[in-house]
Design a binder for this molecule. Structure first.
Ligand code: 26Q
Length: 811
């Protein structure tokens, strides 16, 4: 297969179109070809998949399981072709057959099984794990509905269900024979055995069958294929049971079946305000219990040694606290099913589980009402109580100085189970996702835990797979890079640093610039097709794409746009560099303020884009339904990457890395991984503004910031806020009083007004800099050159050597 010529490819595609779709090539649609090519690449991957699993069994090497409620994988056909080494030939063959490869790949629905950063990180990690030849797998949920589809109707966000599985999904294999049963609720009976030990029996539980669907994850041209195992909830009430039941029973059964299938029904949107919904707790336990049972089954089949050796063979990384029930569930299996005593079970558990934290926002920390945990998971509740009691006693006895902190350390406190505390106590590693974030965990948010367990805390700065986010999405830039430094960067992203030698080479810079313009032209066509808005490829493409949240401050961005608009209205002759402001953002359905900001952006877009007085100097575009495949179109065309969160709030950010790698310059605060970008490229090659994390934290602790003071002293700010209040941008149905009142009467909790002046100034520097294209392109290439550090290959190598203790498989 890897050595097929283009003509052989053409034959193979024709053949598959006939055999899997029953169509002759001259009748085939893009969809038919999508399925035909998917079948071809699946055949290739399946061989390697089997072989990889065989090798893992044979070598009995240690394996990592990445447990995550989210895997935001996006589309897979093009990346599977790329990693299987088939992409170029396939593209040629498709073109010869008269098909446009891009349109063929666009037939695939995005697998939107994640909210944003955390879910996409999990997908990038799986790619790097396979590419680096580590034995590692993902465990997640096969939601029937991914994150909602967003439409903008009259400027408002409207949510539609994302039924991504309506047609066959070619990458998954159902493994019914590897199903496991999951039990909820029920009664616990305790028996004392002759040897004095306790035995627990569960009765009257609700049983749910978890059926795995495996998706292959191919490494980059290395024949490694790992697995992403997605669990689906099914009722095991057979049809015959349904048939024999009486009519009333029949509806009872049907109702029951539906409520079970709900468990993998939909992905919960993240509104960063924690809310304890029982269905979400069911989902979490479902993921954890199914994954652990399947890990145990695998271990017993291959290792055949006492489970006391589990930590030598297995490590489980939990992606945030969402799968933190893994701690008590692992204890339960070891004690109740495998008959270990508490001490041994605890030793094993705390050597197997490692926890990654992704937020310090206290309002986003997971807590579950005790009663809910107790009734849904009675045995786990007993175990959590015991973990809590032993832990609190230990603090009391061994750490007298921390005694007064016990209320904020206790896993169960004020009627709630605190999941981050459970995860820290039950694991051997706790990591943050960027240097600043980890420092804040240690020094503030988790300070007392850090005092107790300093050796557990460590940093793993996030990364992104440069194979998808550079090689695949920006093939023209990639081939320019390969022309000058050779192709080694694809496997060793740090080698991008060799580009520094060309950062002043005008012929090279001209080519890089031409590629950027070409990518902007392509995006401009797309924007025109989707929105009817014409944008100029020579304007600065200034981009903010991420979930909508107050702390990410899309509001600050649109305030700057309004300010520019006001200036242009006052002085239509103002000489400014034309700019295109691009936004993409979903707001959680229940997040009122976030939706108001979307309304405001769309309102300003329609005012500005249609105002002849502006002479097309600025354009504002809100692209609806921001998702992975839209990101793939926008990122290669970005000039300015907006990373403007309130300092200390964004744990890392990963969009910042993707845009840097594609030659965008960052306009950002000293937050998350922006700081590490700045440390690499230097102050000259990034636009930094605003309060630092220390300053923000100081304001929180000591007061001193009064939003109204800025309203009264900065007339630009006052004008904008008054325009919002007085309906200057409104029509009958649209007004923005909420934003006005929220900002002034809640004292602007995210410091939008406080950072406004610094932000305007930074933008002025951006536009001045853009006028000098030679310098701009030098900055751009410098950013690309240093971006190798942000490959998830680097991140995964750090996880593997410092946390997981995994070795790469031999070639
Ligand atoms: C929780 C409870 C109920 C429903 C939903 C959730 C939920 C779901 C998803 C809570 C949070 C998330 C996702 C969080 C997330 O994406 N965090 C981001 O993680 C990135 C990867 O580490 C970081 O780069 C970002 O800074 C961080 O915001």
């Amino acid at each position: 297969m890897p050595h097929l010529t283009i003509d052989e490819w053409i034959k193979a595609i024709e053949h598959k179109a006939e055999s899997v779709r029953g169509v002759a090539i001259n009748e085939a649609t893009d969809k038919d070809i999508y399925y035909a090519v998917s079948a071809l690449v699946t055949e290739e991957m399946n061989k390697n998949w089997l072989q990889t699993q065989e090798r893992y069994k044979e070598k009995q090497c240690k394996q990592v399981y990445y447990l995550s409620m989210e895997f935001l994988v996006g589309r897979l056909l093009e990346s599977n072709l790329l990693n299987s080494g088939l992409l170029n030939e396939c593209n040629e063959a498709l073109k010869k057959l008269g098909f446009n490869p891009e349109r063929v790949y666009a037939q695939e629905p995005d697998a939107g099984l994640g909210n944003g950063g955390l879910g996409r990180l999990a997908a990038c990690f799986l790619e790097s794990i396979a590419s680096l030849r580590y034995a590692g797998h993902g465990c997640g949920i096969r939601y029937r509905y991914g994150l909602f589809e967003q439409r903008i109707i009259h400027g408002h966000q409207v949510e539609l269900p994302d039924y991504w599985l309506k047609e066959e999904y070619p990458w998954e294999t159902r493994k019914a024979e590897e199903s496991v049963d999951i039990h909820f609720g029920g009664d616990i009976h305790m028996f004392k055995k002759n040897d004095g030990s306790l035995e627990f029996k569960y009765e009257n539980t609700d049983k749910v069958t978890a059926v795995p669907y495996d998706v292959p994850i191919a490494g980059y041209q290395n024949k490694v294929v790992n697995s992403l195992r997605l669990w689906s909830a099914e009722s095991n009430a057979s049809d015959s049971e349904m048939l024999t039941s009486q009519c009333s029973q029949y509806y009872h059964h049907l109702d029951h079946k539906h409520s079970i299938e709900q468990i993998s029904g939909f992905l919960y949107p993240d509104d960063s305000m924690y809310e304890g919904k029982v269905l979400r707790l069911k989902q979490q336990y479902f993921l954890v219990s199914a994954s652990l049972k399947s890990i145990f089954r695998q271990y017993k089949k291959t290792v055949r040694r006492s489970l006391i050796h589990l930590p030598d063979k297995i490590v489980i990384q939990i992606n945030d606290t969402h799968p933190s029930l893994a701690v008590p569930e692992l204890m339960r299996i070891l004690m109740d099913e495998e008959r270990f005593g508490w001490e041994d079970a605890w030793q094993i558990t705390t050597k197997v589980i490692a926890y990654t934290n992704h937020t310090t926002l206290s309002e986003a920390l997971e807590k579950w009402p005790e009663d809910m945990v107790k009734s849904l998971l009675p045995r786990l509740y007993m175990i959590i109580q015991e973990i809590n009691e032993r832990f609190c006693k230990k603090v009391w006895n061994d750490h007298p100085l921390l005694r007064e902190k016990i209320p904020e350390l206790a896993i169960i406190a004020d009627g709630q189970v605190h999941m981050a505390r459970l995860a820290i106590v039950g694991s051997f590693s706790v990591n943050g996702v960027a240097r600043l974030h980890t420092d804040i965990l240690k020094k503030k948010e988790m300070k007392s835990f850090y005092t107790l367990f300093p050796e557990r805390f460590n940093n793993k700065t996030n990364g992104i797979t440069h194979r998808r986010w550079l090689l695949q999405v920006n093939p023209e830039l990639s081939s320019l890079i390969t022309d000058v430094i050779g192709p080694q960067w694809i496997q060793r992203p740090n080698q991008l640093i060799s580009l520094l030698r060309y950062s002043k080479d005008s012929p090279f810079l001209d080519k890089v610039s031409a590629v950027k313009v070409h990518n902007k032209v392509k995006l401009a066509h797309f924007i025109h097709e989707k929105t009817g808005i014409m944008v100029d490829e020579h304007s600065i493409f200034d981009v903010q794409i991420k979930r909508l949240h107050e702390y990410k401050r899309q509001l600050l961005n649109i305030f700057h746009v309004i300010h520019l608009y006001n200036e242009l209205k006052d002085n239509p002759k103002l000489d400014i560099t034309p700019r295109t402001f691009l936004f993409g953002a979903k707001a959680a359905p229940s997040y009122h303020f976030a939706k108001e900001v979307i309304k405001l952006i769309n309102r300003m877009a329609s005012l500005i884009n249609n105002d002849p007085a502006i002479h097309d100097k600025i354009k504002v575009v809100f692209l609806e339904n921001y998702n992975v495949s839209l990101a793939e179109k926008i990122i290669p065309a970005t000039d300015i990457s907006e990373q403007i969160s309130t300092a200390s709030k964004e744990a890392s950010g990963t969009g910042n890395m993707k845009m840097m790698m594609n030659g965008a310059l960052t306009l950002g605060t000293l937050d998350g991984a922006n700081i590490e970008i700045k440390d690499l490229v230097g102050d000259k090659n990034i636009f930094i503004f605003g309060l630092t994390a220390d300053e923000v934290l100081h304001y929180y602790n000591h007061g001193g910031y009064v939003a109204r003071d800025i309203y009264h002293t900065d007339e630009r700010v006052r004008r904008i806020l008054d325009q919002l209040k007085d309906g200057a941008f409104g029509s009958q149905e649209i007004e923005f009083k909420d934003i006005y009142y929220h900002t002034l009467y809640h004292n602007d909790p995210y410091f939008v007004l406080r950072d406004f002046d610094a932000y305007i100034e930074a933008h002025e520097l951006v536009e001045q800099s853009y006028r000098d294209q030679a310098t701009w392109m030098n900055m751009s290439v410098t950013n690309i050159a240093y971006s190798g550090k942000f490959s998830s290959d680097r991140t995964i190598q750090e996880y593997a050597s410092e946390i997981w203790k995994l070795k790469r498989m031999e070639k």
